[in-house]
Ligand binder design. Structure first.
Ligand SMILES: [Zn+2]
Length: 481
């Protein structure tokens, strides 16, 4: 028994079988029925959503011996030949590898001859946007006076790169990404017919990782069957695709959003211990935060592709969290993502971003970040002083406003800067600043009353932040030197 990959085995053979592109297939069927066949079609859309497949079905519908018919018989020589890919009059050309003028001239010569086997001669040019300018000009000449009974179907993922002169001579159809729900139902039905069992978590993961491309989804299915046999489970797919568990991401988000920095760092550590790379973790966390932001803002349409189990975790993480806090964390982490990709110490950058986010998510507007990180380091130095001179000395600096600068050492002097009243003109210009400073103050007052153990933990975290800032600035100066 020969082995066929799913993408070939399950390829739709009729318009009805094409998934989620009814706006295209219904129009094409009507055109065939009413005998209004165009000379050139442009099928635009993302990869793996059925463009070439639909082109072949169109060829079959037009050349079926019992047609032209919107429902080709699938049993005549023409139908079988097209299904097998060896029909003489249906020619598939890959625009990416045949992009020159010679290929198109050759095509032009051959297009003159009548169809050998069928009614129509059909040229399917894949990735047509890859053709050279000269080749497009040659193609344009054919389209200006198309030979009778010749039909072109151009497929492209980048219609913007197709010249307007070509576009204006084509009937254009835009193919869409396949929605997760449609893909999931289809995969589960087809898998069952092959005796493959696949759990709902695995289905959700395949659909999400495919980005709406059926070809990509089926290729993951192929890999899974050769790896795990006929019983596919979510956990195995995660391992294969390097996807981070949602509950780990949810715990990380919850720890950050409730300001529990130590716990957040432990989550990061656990992820590394499980073998995820920094990129995998960051990408997964950014996409989790994006979904969390959608939940907190109530944008339900943007969450169509999210599985039920992940929705449950998102709901848990979103409890009592304002959207602006999630937005702040998302900004900090995406910023770090960019920085980490260009660094030799990506892990430190990610960890310091996690710490920053857990300290700042609730209290601040991220636009103020640069000045805030300065303040944190001032405050951290003050905490260091507190460690050396004892908590009594540090008491005034924590409340800030009651500080007597004359009686204090360097610590209190620096801490006063931390809670300084804003310049009245600045305050007028930025009415929000007062509210934010109030919130900083109340946060500090709150921290002043926490139990010693918690304060000790906080100091640990602050020291870690400082170490990381040191490491980053060291690295930066190294990079420059
Ligand atoms: Zn037929």
């Amino acid at each position: 028994m020969s082995y066929l990959v799913f993408a070939r085995k399950w390829r739709p053979q009729s318009f009805e079988d094409v998934l989620a592109q009814d706006h295209v297939t219904v129009t094409l069927r009507n055109a065939i029925e009413s005998e209004r066949i165009g000379h050139a079609y442009l099928f635009a859309g993302p990869r793996g959503v059925g463009k070439t497949t639909t082109a072949r079905i169109l060829a079959k519908a037009l050349n079926c011996e019992k047609g032209p018919s919107p429902t080709p018989c699938q049993t005549c020589d023409a139908c079988i030949g097209i299904t097998r890919g060896n029909h003489l009059d249906v020619l598939e050309i890959d625009g990416a590898s045949n992009r020159g003028i010679d290929e198109i001239r050759d095509l032009r010569e051959k297009a003159r001859y009548a169809a050998a086997q069928g009614r129509y001669k059909i040229y399917i040019i894949d990735e047509v946007h890859m053709l050279t300018k000269e080749a497009f000009n040659a193609l344009l000449k054919i389209l200006e006076e198309p030979p009778e009974m010749v039909i072109f179907v151009f497929a492209t993922t980048e219609p913007r790169k197709v010249p307007a002169t070509i576009l204006s001579r084509c009937q254009r159809f835009d193919f869409r990404r396949i929605p997760a729900a449609v893909m999931s139902a289809y995969l589960s039905r087809e898998a069952a017919s092959e005796g493959i069992s696949i759990d709902s978590q695995a289905l959700g993961l395949i659909c999400r990782s495919s980005g709406g491309s059926m070809r990509d989804a089926l290729s993951v299915m192929d890999q899974m069957v050769s790896y795990a046999g006929n019983d596919i489970k979510g956990e195995e797919i995660r391992g294969l695709l390097g996807l981070v568990e949602s509950d780990l991401l949810a715990n990380l988000a919850i720890a950050i959003l409730s300001g529990r920095s130590g716990e957040a760092l432990d989550c990061v550590e656990r992820a590394f211990a499980r073998g995820y790379s920094i990129e995998e973790l960051m990408d997964a966390f950014i996409s989790f935060l994006r979904n969390l932001l959608m939940v907190t803002t109530g944008a339900s349409l943007a969450l169509q592709d999210v599985s039920d189990s992940e929705m449950e975790l998102l709901g848990k993480a979103a409890r009592n969290v304002p959207d602006v806090a999630v937005l702040n964390v998302l900004r900090i982490i995406t910023g770090a993502g960019y920085q980490a990709r260009n660094s030799s110490l990506p892990r430190i950058i990610f960890e310091s971003a996690v710490l920053t986010a857990s300290k700042l998510s609730m209290a601040f507007d991220v636009a103020d970040l640069p000045s805030i990180s300065e303040k944190i380091s001032v405050r951290s130095r003050a905490v260091e002083t507190d460690r050396e001179t004892g908590p009594e000395a540090a008491q005034p600096l924590q409340t800030g406003k009651t500080t007597d600068t004359a009686s204090g050492g360097t610590g209190p002097a620096e801490s006063e800067d931390l809670c300084e009243d804003p310049d009245p003109t600045e305050q007028e210009a930025r009415p929000g600043i007062r509210a934010r400073q109030e919130s900083v103050r109340s946060e500090q007052n709150r921290k002043n009353h926490v139990d010693p153990e918690e304060r000790e933990a906080e100091k640990d975290v602050t020291r870690k932040i400082l170490d990381m800032f040191d490491a980053i600035s060291h690295e930066t100066s190294e990079g420059q030197g």
